[in-house]
Every structure is written in structure tokens, then in C-alpha cells.
Design a protein around this ligand. Structure first.
Ligand SMILES: Nc1nc2c(ncn2[C@@H]2O[C@H](COP(=O)(O)OP(=O)(O)O)[C@@H](O)[C@H]2O)c(=O)[nH]1
Ligand SMILES: [Mg+2]
Length: 700
């Protein structure tokens, strides 16, 4: 394998909506460049970057995966990313670790939700971006329509540099507006060979219009060019390219290209454009890192002579290989076999078999230069988002701000006794996927898993089965209700037992009063004259608390109340702590039902981002979920709707919102607190509880 210095590397994240043709494009680019020997296909599961068993089975990308194409002496690293929002974390990691975004759109589908999402990520990373309108050979392919959508929904600064010749079954080539040549593909070509021909007559008018637009747009980004343009002077090819590159760097221009990746049409031209227009790591500004454990800032130039630093942007466990880490070198170089330092985990790691990745194939290399990407197996203590550096300069790089999970479900072991294995597996999966969380919820005694969507959690459980051999099934998460009291009452708890010898005796009088929400539990000792000896008083308190955990109405912990212990009696021989604890339990059971007990339910603060046209549908749906709408305000092109909604009504909300709004809306939620449940809804919960309780008693 040839060595590529920082000036001869490009790092391009291939992003877009699911099914827009990203994986096919990566395959085509690596194949026409000759860097990959076989032209893989999605259909037969042979594509270069969809190689994991879950991807082959499902037929779409789930994992961020790496490939490369060597073109014109440059190594183009390609980060193939999944398009579905469920795997947005992978797309973000790919964009973060690359230097430019190649945004792929289907020529008939155009701009979709996933396209908008990755566009946002790309903007947040201040990437230079280029668009590729693929699948020009498909029925209903319409370049002009997709271009109009890009301008309207993504950026008015997008501008075609290539236009198609023909569309659908008639698609046969592309015209480059800068070189003013037509590439007409040889029928049946397997590697994208073409004849260079004059512009076909039938698209001459269209060509002139687009060419004019391009020159005008590029010229308007540059003060001297715009003057020359207005004076009607010729602008040379080189001047155009130089101005384009400068404008792309400022994110003032986003070129649009086209083709049909599966036929390899447009692949060669696109590679040349990537090499010409996207930045080499050596062109990047210095990276702002921090000395580990201090606030000291360190500027790292993306050069070989800077101290070594690399970010692990993904770890994945692969069968027969173990954990594989994908990393981007930000500064310095790294050699095969070198020992590096992970400052955050205080761990030394040896980089044995330093490699680069061509899909599932790993190619061992001697040295990686600043800006390159590599893979390494079997690091012991290093996970996603960790920095690798040296002992001498222990820096940490900025971490990828992964999206927070938005849905959760409960899981149960299919086979009894597998619970521990499931938890071990989930912990391991959470290490490799920062958008996946899990916890055991002791309140409701369930294991909960959190992710970015239903598909995400299905994939996680599939991995659990394949990698850890345990099967878990999804169930509805139980709601951690609480109970409280709204009224005041008093009464007695008396425990007396006479059995042969020494008996048991405890007797107490308590008063129960409500506390404000969040006020907690308070116990007041108001005993005067020693009607209960002080050594037994804490036992009454404990009894009350033990009983309160079991609830009054529906078996949920009682919160926010005060107990005053104001009288009682005892027996010099038979009284002991246990008797007074039991008296406390009995007192709580006697008194609490007379205190107007109610159910409390958890509420969520909800923020829905939606295009205005769906506002009515979103609000209507939230109303039917007992939601309280607080208002809406503009947020960019969208509206941000705020509401407070009971957690119990939000089961599968992500899915419902997705289908209500064609996938155009997203939401965030945060735990808000507990509030009294309306009587009607509470009655259902209580009824359900009484029913299961009765069933259990009958079983016993
Ligand atoms: N007709 C046509 N189909 C394509 C083209 N590129 C990809 N496809 C098909 O579109 C589907 C999605 O492609 P894929 O590369 O997996 O898209 P991704 O989800 O963006 O990675 C697959 O069935 C491909 O075979 C193309 O240029 N023309
Ligand atoms: Mg894909």
C-alpha cells in the first residue's frame, strides 16, 4: 500500500437519507478507482461497506464503515454512513471525523428528512459540502426538481456544476459546466468509461442557462471576478475553480453533481471533483485540544511534525476479531506497533496490526500520516469518543456530541435466568454505541433500553442475540407512578400478640397531613409524658415508611406527607422494637385511606420541532394524549411547539409523530416532575392494579 501524506488525503463523509444510494456510490467510487477489485451490489449483499450480518439481512446500512479510492495520486477516504434517523449517531460520527460532506440524493426522491438531518450536522461541523444527485437512471428521475428542492429546503447557495444528459432509462451521460465537455457513457460499461463528446444539441439551451447561473454565482462570491463578469469579460477555468474553492471553504457555495452510482455513471468525474474541490487535512485550521486533566488549551496543526493525537470515532465488535476501533489521526504520525496513550482512561495501548479499512478487508500499513484514518483491533481500554495521544503530550480532543436517546422500552429475558447475561451484553453494546443507553429501573423492577428509534432498538436486540447468545423481548415500560394524600386524618395502630410465654405489644396514634409537592416525607415525634418510650419511636417511623412504599391505592410509593406521632401505650415486658414497627405499619394502613389519597404521574416537558403545515396534526395528537400545549415559536424554518405531557401517554410517540408528519418532525423530552393524575385516568390504573392483585391472590 502506497503511503499518502497529509496533502494527498481527502476525508469525505458520504451522507444522505436512507436508500438514496450512498453505499452504492462508495462502492462505485472505490471500484472505478481500482482500489476495490469487485463491484459490489446491495441486492446480493456484496457491497463494500454494508458487510455486517445485520446489514446484509436488512439490506440497508446501520454502521458507519470505511472505504477508500486512490485517484490522481490522492487517497480519498470515504465514510459510508446510514441514513435512517435511528442511526443518526453513526452519521454524525462520520461527518465529525471527515473534512467534507458528500450529500447524496435520489433523483426521484429528492430531499428527504434524513437529508435535512445530515445537512444540519454538516453545517454544525462547518463542513464544505457537495451534493450528488444519484439514480439519474431511475424512473421519474428529475434533476431540475431535486435541484429546486435543495435550494428551497437546504441552501440557496447550491449550484449545479454538472447536468445530466437524459433521465430515467434515457440517462446516458453528464455535462461538466466548467470543462464544457460531455461524458457519454459507453453502453454496458462496468467501470464508468465514457466518450468525451461535444455538448449534445438537444440540451444546448439548458446547458447555456445552467452555465450562466454557475458563472454568475461563482463570480458573485469574489469582488474582482464580479466586476469582470459585469464588464462582460471572460473568466478562465482556473479562476472559476479557485473562486469556487474559496467560496466552498466559507460555506458560501455548494456544488451539485449528478450520475447513477449503480451504473458507475458519474463516478470518475465525481472523484476528480472531490480531489480538486475538497480540502486536504493539511489545509485545515489547527485543532483545539486540551491537556488532559487541565484547562490548558493546546493547538494541534494537522501536520506530521506535531505531537500525535487521534480520535476514536467508533468502536464495533466484530466476530472472530473482537473490538475494532476506527480512528482519525488529527496530528502527528503513528507507526504499526507503536505504543500510544489514552489519557482519559490512563491506559497504554499498543497498536498492533495498524490497518486501513476497505470495507470488511483490513490492509496492514506501516505508517499513517496526519489527517488519515485507520482501524485497529483489540484495544483494551479504549472506547468511542476517546483520544489516543502520547505520554509526553497527553491531550484530549473535542468529543462528538452524540444525540440523546428519545425512546425507551422495557426488555425481558426470553429464558428465565438469562437476566444477568442480558445486562452484561447491554453494557457492552452501550460502550460501542453512544446513542444507546440502558438501566435497571428499581421502581418498576424492569430493565429499560433507550435509543433513537424503534429500528435502533431492534438492531440492538438483534446484536444481543448474535453476539451474546441471549434473547430479550421488548415489553411496554411500566410507569413509575407515585401516590400521595390530599387530606388530614388520624388514627391508631395497635399490635398485640399473646403466645404462651412473652408476648408482643405496640400501640401508637398518628396523624397524617399532606406536604407540598416535592416536600418529601417528614416524621414528627409529639409524644409527651412517655406514653411510648423514646427508644421505640424510631421503630414506628420505620414501620410507617415501610408501609408507605407499598402504597395506598395501586401499590406505588407514597410521597410528600407528614406523620405526627402523638400518643400510644406500651407494656413493660411485651413491648419491643418489632412490635412498634408493626404498630406503625398498622397505623399507616388505618389512617392513610382516610386522607384522600391520589395517584401522581410523571410528566414530561416536550419540545416538538415541526414544519408549520403539520402543527394542527401534532397539536391534535398531543391533546388526545392529555397534553397541555404551552405555545409555539419559530425555530429556523420550523416551529417549536412546547407542551407538558404525561409520560404514560408517550409510549411509541416517536413512531406516531414520524407517521403523522411524514418523518418531518422531531422531538425532545425531559422529565418535568410529578403531578396529580386526573380521576378518570387514575381509576383505570387502580382498577388494573386491583385486578392483577386479585389474580395473584387467587393463584397463591
Ligand atoms: N436504479 C438505480 N438504483 C440504484 C442506484 N444506486 C443505488 N441503487 C439502488 O437503491 C437502493 C439503495 O441503495 P443504497 O446504496 O443501499 O442506498 P443507501 O441507503 O443510501 O446506502 C439499492 O437497492 C440499490 O441497488 C442507481 O444509481 N440507480
Ligand atoms: Mg447505505
Amino acid at each position: 500500500m502506497k503511503e499518502y501524506p497529509s496533502t494527498h488525503i481527502r476525508n469525505v463523509a458520504v451522507v444522505g437519507h436512507g436508500g438514496s444510494g450512498k453505499t452504492s456510490l462508495v462502492d462505485a467510487l472505490a471500484f472505478v478507482a481500482g482500489s476495490s477489485k469487485r463491484h459490489g451490489r446491495i441486492k446480493d449483499g456484496s457491497s463494500l461497506t454494508d458487510y455486517s450480518p445485520d446489514e446484509i439481512e436488512r439490506g440497508y446500512s446501520i454502521n458507519l464503515a470505511l472505504a477508500f479510492a486512490e485517484w490522481e495520486g490522492v487517497k480519498v477516504n470515504l465514510f459510508d454512513t446510514p441514513g435512517y434517523l435511528d442511526f443518526a449517531g453513526e452519521a454524525l460520527a462520520g461527518i465529525w471525523a471527515a473534512d467534507a460532506s458528500l450529500i447524496v440524493l435520489g433523483a426521484s426522491a429528492g430531499v428527504e428528512t434524513g437529508t435535512e438531518k445530515v445537512w444540519d450536522y454538516s453545517r454544525a461541523c462547518e463542513h464544505e459540502a457537495i451534493f450528488f444527485v444519484s439514480m439519474m437512471d431511475k424512473e421519474h428521475a428529475d434533476f431540475a426538481k431535486v435541484y429546486a428542492q435543495i435550494r428551497e429546503r437546504l441552501s440557496p447557495k447550491a449550484i449545479p456544476v454538472e447536468i445530466p444528459i437524459g433521465a430515467g432509462p434515457d440517462f446516458r451521460g453528464i455535462v461538466n459546466l466548467i470543462s464544457r465537455t460531455a461524458h457519454v457513457y459507453k453502453p454496458g460499461t462496468k467501470t464508468g468509461e465514457y466518450d468525451e463528446l461535444p455538448i449534445p444539441k438537444e440540451i444546448q439551451a439548458e446547458y447555456e442557462r445552467y452555465e450562466n447561473d454557475l458563472i454568475e454565482t461563482v463570480a458573485s462570491t469574489d469582488d474582482t471576478l464580479v466586476e469582470r463578469y459585469l464588464e462582460g469579460k471572460e473568466i478562465s477555468h482556473d479562476e472559476l475553480v479557485t473562486a469556487m474553492r474559496a467560496a466552498m471553504k466559507r460555506r458560501e457555495l455548494f456544488p451539485v453533481f449528478c450520475g447513477a452510482a449503480e451504473l458507475t455513471f458519474g463516478a470518475r468525474a465525481l472523484l476528480s471533483e472531490i480531489v480538486e474541490l475538497t480540502p486536504a487535512p493539511a489545509d485545515n485550521p489547527a485543532v483545539h485540544a486540551e491537556k488532559w486533566g487541565t484547562a490548558e488549551k493546546v493547538e494541534l496543526a494537522e501536520r506530521d511534525d506535531a505531537p500525535f493525537s487521534a480520535l476514536v470515532f467508533k468502536t464495533v465488535s466484530e466476530p472472530h476479531v473482537g473490538d475494532v476501533s476506527l480512528f482519525r489521526v488529527y496530528s502527528g504520525t503513528v507507526r504499526n506497533g507503536q505504543e500510544v496513550f489514552n489519557p482519559a482512561r490512563n491506559a497504554l495501548e499498543k497498536l498492533n496490526h495498524l490497518s486501513i479499512s476497505q470495507g470488511k478487508d483490513k490492509i496492514e500499513v506501516d505508517l499513517l500520516h496526519a489527517g488519515d484514518v485507520g482501524v485497529i483491533a483489540k484495544l483494551r481500554d479504549t472506547h468511542s469518543n476517546d483520544t489516543l495521544a502520547t505520554h509526553a503530550v497527553p491531550v484530549v480532543l473535542p468529543r462528538i456530541p452524540f444525540p440523546e436517546p428519545i425512546i425507551h422500552v422495557a426488555v425481558e429475558a426470553k429464558e428465565r435466568g438469562d437476566e444477568e447475561k442480558i445486562n452484561l451484553g447491554l453494557a457492552k453494546l452501550a460502550e460501542e454505541d453512544p446513542t444507546f443507553h440502558w438501566e435497571y429501573n428499581p421502581d418498576v423492577r424492569q430493565t429499560w433500553i433507550y435509543g433513537l428509534g424503534e429500528r435502533h432498538l431492534e438492531v440492538i436486540l438483534g446484536r444481543l442475540a448474535r453476539k451474546f447468545g441471549v434473547h430479550a423481548i421488548q415489553t411496554k415500560p411500566k410507569i413509575p407512578y407515585r401516590e400521595t394524600i390530599k387530606g388530614k386524618a388520624e388514627g391508631q395502630g395497635r399490635h398485640k400478640k399473646q403466645t404462651g410465654g412473652r408476648g408482643q405489644f405496640g400501640d401508637c396514634w398518628i396523624r397524617m397531613l399532606p406536604m407540598p409537592r416535592g416536600g418529601g416525607y417528614v416524621f414528627e415525634d409529639q409524644i409527651v409524658g412517655g406514653s411510648i418510650p423514646s427508644k421505640f419511636i424510631p421503630a414506628v417511623d420505620r414501620g410507617v415508611q415501610e408501609a408507605a412504599v407499598r402504597g395506598i391505592l395501586a401499590g406505588h410509593p407514597v410521597v410528600d406527607f407528614k406523620v405526627q406521632l402523638f400518643d400510644g401505650s406500651y407494656h413493660t415486658v411485651d413491648s419491643n422494637e418489632m412490635s412498634f414497627k408493626l404498630a406503625g405499619i398498622l397505623a399507616f394502613r388505618n389512617v392513610s385511606p382516610n386522607c384522600k389519597p391520589v395517584l401522581l404521574e410523571p410528566l414530561a416537558d416536550l419540545e416538538v420541532l415541526t414544519p408549520e403545515e403539520y402543527l394542527g396534526a401534532v397539536m391534535g395528537d398531543l391533546n388526545s394524549r392529555r397534553g397541555q400545549i404551552l405555545g409555539s415559536e419559530p425555530d429556523g424554518k420550523l416551529l417549536k411547539l412546547k407542551a407538558v405531557v404525561p409520560e404514560a401517554e408517550l409510549y411509541k410517540y416517536a413512531t406516531q409523530l414520524h407517521s403523522l408528519t411524514q418523518g418531518r418532525s422531531t422531538f425532545r423530552k425531559k422529565f418535568k416532575g410529578y403531578a396529580e393524575m386526573p380521576a378518570e385516568a387514575a381509576a383505570k390504573v387502580i382498577e388494573e392494579y386491583q385486578k392483577t392483585k386479585k389474580e395473584k391472590e387467587e393463584e397463591a
